[in-house]
Each structure stands twice: as structure tokens, then as C-alpha cells.
Design a protein around this ligand. Structure first.
Ligand code: BG6
Length: 609
């Protein structure tokens, strides 16, 4: 995923583009660049690394003037993060300048054809074919040339393009990748997402597939690819700058961990009744007869882990099998699919290419699809038959935290609705679940207070360590997977999660004296077996930190350190127990001086497969 911006108006383009890019760097931060036109010429400045590095370059090599420009912050997909591969990219005659988010799937074939026509390429990127195609098909009319080239491109992409011949214009394109127009006073903006526009525009228009936006300082036109003019239905931006600010926290990751009580409350808002759930978005679906033979849950990363939690609970309540798949696997390898399959896709960003492709695959087989996402207007929400929005508010730290706990909350609401609809075998468990769902935000608040005080000794499990293990049974095992991922992505630790009962079948060979192990024991019906597994590991002198419910002294007696958390309904324990694991990763990363919001090599969502 990358972030693209454009500006045209009365102010200096450079400062506005840099400010907008700063709000988009969660989308990728391998390199950044801008191209600015001052009517006579178009100048480019690009730098590997983050926006700050580009700013430093611009101080040394300033661009003189210019109130039109485009900018880009990149997560490297094709071509390593070098200056030459950084966007904006141009053709070998410096006629067209392009910034791109997404993937041109047929770029190799296009590149080969262009090379045979004499074009000289200088990057390894897929993007570079675009300016060369524009030169190849240049009619002398910028809009017309773009219209001729667009149908040649296969894949999902958002583009902002400038032309040396028409230096007063920026053209914006959105094909399965978001690009938003921001309407200012005699000025216009383009951005991959709203967060960059908050201080510049109140009205926006997300460009739709097959549309072309033509931006000039005093005129914004939107047309279909055939040239028919469209009147854009402007929307008022519902977010404020506050929603995207740190609000006094040192990092977005900590802010978003601490926001979880409110985020979960917002996920539950309007969907919990005294004795059931009410999910308005699903009303038509729940009115239909339920003839599904199987539920598939499909996602990536942390969203995949929340899907695994959802599976375990759904299978306890419903009478149909639930399978969880990694999106990039599902797209190519899945079981039999038909209109008898209900496919649930989970995506915080609503843009992840793997999950979008898996969703398309499911729809091709006639499956009914439900999206659980934090972006109600994202691509995935637009493509799914139904959407349950997590309403968690913007999550800007690359490591997902409130996304995880609100996704689980949404999955529980869906599980309860389906159990009530199908009179599933777990129907009698719903009242107890509902009672505790009402209390969940408070219990999460209590957990944050409890664990924040205890995190110091808990965090010692990772001090001077580069590897550790997390173990658990049932829901604790699935949560251990998420705890391990957090430690990998935030503190760069080799953290591995194992089913507690599985250690003795091989991995125990890696347990040496002092090796840190986090043992999750929150599932009462599994605790005796988990205690046995902890004893097996302690017998090899591992350093074990137990995460268990208040008062469970059996665990605290056999481990080296214990992290107590409030006891709630066993199904809700993964949300409560996630808190100390999120805080542990946060502290383990910050104590090592890492940028926990922007971990190396990662991006908030990947719009490439
Ligand atoms: C990764 C993010 O790129 O994508 C993870 O770093 C996230 O935090 C994963 O869980 C899936 O993203 P999404 O937006 O589809 O939930």
C-alpha cells in the first residue's frame, strides 16, 4: 500500500504536499517524493526513507515556487526501496509524471511491448509503464491521452498524473484503490485517504472506478472514461483532526490500545438489546432463510487471528462448520464453494488486496458475503453483500490493536445473531454472553488499569531476549498467535505461539534454562491441562510468565511471574487477555527504541498481493 496526494491552488504546493504525505505515511514509508510544476517546468525530488528524509533533501535542494504538484509515500512492492524506484516516476522524455498506489498486473507484457518500440526504462517498478504508455499514445490532449491508456492497464490502482504540456492540470484515477478529491476555496486536493485532507477541505468526493478527475485551480471536472461529465456528489468529512491526532500519547499504538473500551462500546452501540442483538445492517440477510452448510472466515494478519477466535466461538454455538483461511491462500486454494457457503471477510482497512481478491473469488462462486471492517466505505465493504462496521475510529498505528478486539466483538454479535436465527445448539449460552457483553467496555477499562501497573515486571520476560514462546489451549492458543505476532511486528522478537499440549511433541526441544515462555491460562475448562503443560516446561527451567484470572493461585504458584486479569465469560477472555500482550509488545518495542507505529518493512494495509 502507498499513499498518493495532489494539490492545485494558490498556495505553495511543496508545503501542502509534504504536510498531506505526513498523514499518509502509515500506508508505507520506504521512500517518498514530490513533483511540482511552476508552469515552466516540472521538478522532482525523491528520497528513500520517510517524509522527514524528503524534507531534509528539499532543504538542501529546494524547488523554486510552484502551486501544482503530486506526491507519494511508498511501501515497496515491485522494485526495492531505491531513489530511482521512488515515485513520482516519469518517462524517458520527462513528459508525464505519475504517482501510483496499487498494482499493474500486466506491466511485464506492457513493458516488453514498449521496449520493442524503443522506450528506455530505468526502474524495476510496475508503475513506470504508465508514463511511457502516455508518451506512446500521446494525442496532444492530456485528458484524451489518459483515456486511451487507462483501458490498457489491468489491476487495481489509484493514480495522480501531471503533464509537461498541460502544467495547470492534475488528473486523478481510481480503479479498485481509493482516491479522494478534497474541495477547497479555489484549490483542489487529491489523497488516498481523508486523514490528509482534514485541515484543508470540508467536502470530499471519492472517485469511483472508471471515473477520471481533472483538477485545475478554478475547476474540478469528473468524467466517465467515455468522457461523459458527472456531477460529483460531495460528502462532508465526518472526522475531525482530533480523531487523527495523538491526543497527548507518545505513539498511536498506545493511544489505540487505550481507546479500546470506547472502541468496543462503539462496536456494540445500537446492536445490543436486553435479550438479544440487533444488527440493522444484517436485517435483510437475517430475514432470508438460512440454508448455509458452512461458514468460511477469510482475512490476513491480526484480522486472521480475530477470525480464528470467531471460529471457535461460532462452532460452540452453531451447528455448522466454520473454517478460517488466510486470504492469500483462500484465493487460490479453498474448499468447495457455492451459494450454500457464507463467507465472512475481515479487514480493518477495507483495502487489503489479498482479502479483496478472496472476496471476489467467493462472489464468483455465488457465496453470500459479509464484511467485518473499520471502513464502512472501503472497497471491501462496497463489494460484500453485507457489512458490519467495527466503528473503532481511525487506527493509524501499523500494528493492529483496537481493530483486533472490535473485530472479535463484531464476530460475537454476528455469532449470537446466527445462533438465534438458526436455534443453534449453543442457544442457552446466549443470555450469559449478552450479560457480559454489556459489561465488556468496563472490564476492558479495568484490565487496562490493572495491567498498566504490572507491565514492568511482565515486560522483563522480553528483556535481553531475542526469542520467546507463547502457549495456551483453545481460545488461549489462538490468542497466543496474536500475542506472538505483536511481539514480532513491534519488538522484532522471534516470538512463536504453540498449542500448550503440543510442546511435548517436538518444540520442547527448544526449551532451555531461562528461555522466556508466556503461558495463557484463562479458560477454566482447560486450566488443569494447561497447568500440567506449564509444569512440563518449568521442569526444563524455562522462565514462565503466567497470564491468568484474578485469584487463580494454582497458576501463580508454579510460574516465575504472573499477570492477573479480570475474569469474564470465557468467550470474552481473549479480548481481556489481549490487553497485556498488546502492552507488552508496545513496551518491548519502545524500550528497544523502535518506531512502534511504523515498524520496519511493514505497512498498515497492503493493496498489493
Ligand atoms: C497488515 C497490517 O499489513 O495487514 C496488520 O500490518 C493487519 O496490522 C493486516 O492485521 C491485515 O490488514 P486489514 O486492514 O485487512 O485488517
Amino acid at each position: 500500500m502507498s499513499g498518493i496526494v495532489g494539490y492545485i491552488g494558490k498556495s505553495s504546493a511543496e508545503s501542502i504536499l509534504l504536510d498531506c504525505l505526513t498523514h499518509l505515511d502509515y500506508r508505507g514509508y520506504d521512500s517518498a517524493g514530490i513533483a511540482i510544476s511552476n508552469q515552466e517546468k516540472i521538478e522532482i525530488r525523491k528520497e528513500i526513507g520517510r517524509i522527514e528524509d524528503l524534507k531534509t533533501l528539499l532543504e538542501m535542494e529546494p524547488i523554486t515556487g510552484g502551486n501544482i504538484g503530486i506526491g507519494h509515500t511508498r511501501w515497496a512492492s515491485h522494485g526495492s526501496p531505491t531513489i530511482s524506484n521512488a515515485h513520482p516516476l516519469s518517462d524517458d522524455q520527462s513528459q508525464f509524471y505519475v504517482v501510483h498506489n496499487g498494482i499493474i498486473e500486466n506491466y511485464r507484457q506492457l513493458k516488453n511491448e514498449l521496449i520493442t518500440k524503443g522506450h528506455v526504462f530505468c526502474t524495476d517498478t510496475d508503475t513506470e509503464v504508465i508514463p511511457h504508455l502516455l508518451v506512446q499514445h500521446d494525442t496532444g490532449n492530456f485528458e484524451e491521452t489518459v483515456r486511451k491508456v487507462l483501458p490498457l492497464l489491468k489491476g487495481s490502482f489509484a493514480l495522480a498524473i501531471m503533464s509537461k504540456h498541460q502544467p495547470d492540470t492534475i488528473i486523478g484515477i481510481s480503479q479498485e484503490n481509493p482516491l479522494i478529491i478534497g474541495f477547497g476555496q479555489n484549490e483542489a486536493f487529491l489523497s488516498s485517504d481523508i486523514s490528509a485532507l482534514l485541515s484543508y477541505a470540508k467536502e470530499i468526493y471519492p472517485i469511483k472506478n472508471g471515473e477520471i478527475a481533472i483538477l485545475k485551480a478554478n475547476e474540478i471536472k469528473v468524467q466517465t472514461i467515455e468522457g461523459e461529465t458527472i456531477k460529483p456528489e460531495k460528502r462532508i468529512i465526518e472526522w475531525t483532526e482530533d480523531d487523527f491526532s495523538l491526543q497527548g500519547y507518545e505513539h498511536y499504538m498506545l493511544k489505540e490500545i487505550m481507546e479500546q473500551p470506547k472502541a468496543i462500546k462503539n462496536t456494540l452501540e445500537g446492536r445490543l438489546t436486553e435479550n438479544g442483538v440487533n444488527i440493522p445492517e444484517l436485517e435483510p440477510f437475517l430475514k432470508e432463510s438460512f440454508e448455509y452448510r458452512k461458514i468460511d472466515i477469510v482475512a490476513n494478519g491480526t484480522s486472521y487471528h480475530s477470525g480464528m477466535i470467531g471460529k471457535k466461538v461460532m462452532e460452540t454455538l452453531l451447528d455448522i462448520p466454520v473454517e478460517v483461511s488466510i486470504s492469500s491462500e483462500f484465493r487460490y486454494e479453498h474448499g468447495p464453494l457455492s451459494e450454500k457457503n457464507l463467507v465472512i471477510v475481515i479487514s480493518q482497512s477495507g483495502e487489503t488486496a489479498d482479502t479483496l481478491s478472496a472476496l471476489r473469488e467467493a462472489k464468483q462462486y455465488g457465496c453470500k458475503t459479509i464484511a467485518i471492517t473499520n471502513k464502512r466505505r472501503g472497497n471491501i465493504a462496497r463489494k460484500a453483500d453485507y457489512t458490519i462496521c467495527t466503528n473503532a475510529g481511525p487506527e493509524l498505528a501499523v500494528p493492529a490493536t483496537k481493530a483486533y478486539t472490535t473485530q472479535i466483538t463484531a464476530l460475537y454479535l454476528l455469532a449470537i445473531a446466527l445462533t438465534e436465527k438458526t436455534k443453534g445448539h449453543g442457544l442457552d449460552r446466549i443470555p450469559e454472553m449478552l450479560k457480559e457483553l454489556h459489561q465488556l467496555p468496563e472490564e476492558v477499562e479495568k484490565t487496562l488499569i490493572m495491567t498498566q501497573d504490572a507491565i514492568d515486571q511482565f515486560a522483563q520476560v522480553t528483556e535481553d531476549q531475542y526469542r520467546l514462546f507463547l502457549i495456551g489451549r483453545g481460545l488461549d492458543y489462538v490468542l497466543a498467535l496474536e500475542g506472538a505476532l505483536k511481539l514480532q511486528e513491534v519488538a522484532y522478537l522471534h516470538a512463536d505461539a504453540y498449542a500448550a499440549g503440543e510442546m511435548k511433541h517436538g518444540t520442547m526441544a527448544l526449551i532451555t534454562p531461562g528461555v522466556p515462555v508466556i503461558a495463557l491460562s484463562t479458560q477454566k475448562h482447560l486450566r488443569d491441562k494447561t497447568i500440567s503443560n506449564i509444569k512440563e516446561i518449568k521442569a526444563r527451567d524455562a522462565f514462565v510468565v503466567g497470564v491468568t484470572t484474578i485469584g487463580d493461585d494454582d497458576v501463580s504458584e508454579i510460574v516465575d511471574e504472573v499477570m492477573y486479569i479480570p475474569e469474564v465469560h470465557p468467550f470474552l477472555m481473549p479480548i481481556i487477555a489481549a490487553i497485556p500482550l498488546q502492552l507488552l509488545a508496545y513496551y518491548a518495542g519502545t524500550v528497544r527504541g523502535y518506531n512502534v507505529d511504523r515498524p520496519r518493512n511493514l505497512a498498515k494495509s497492503l493493496t498489493v498481493e
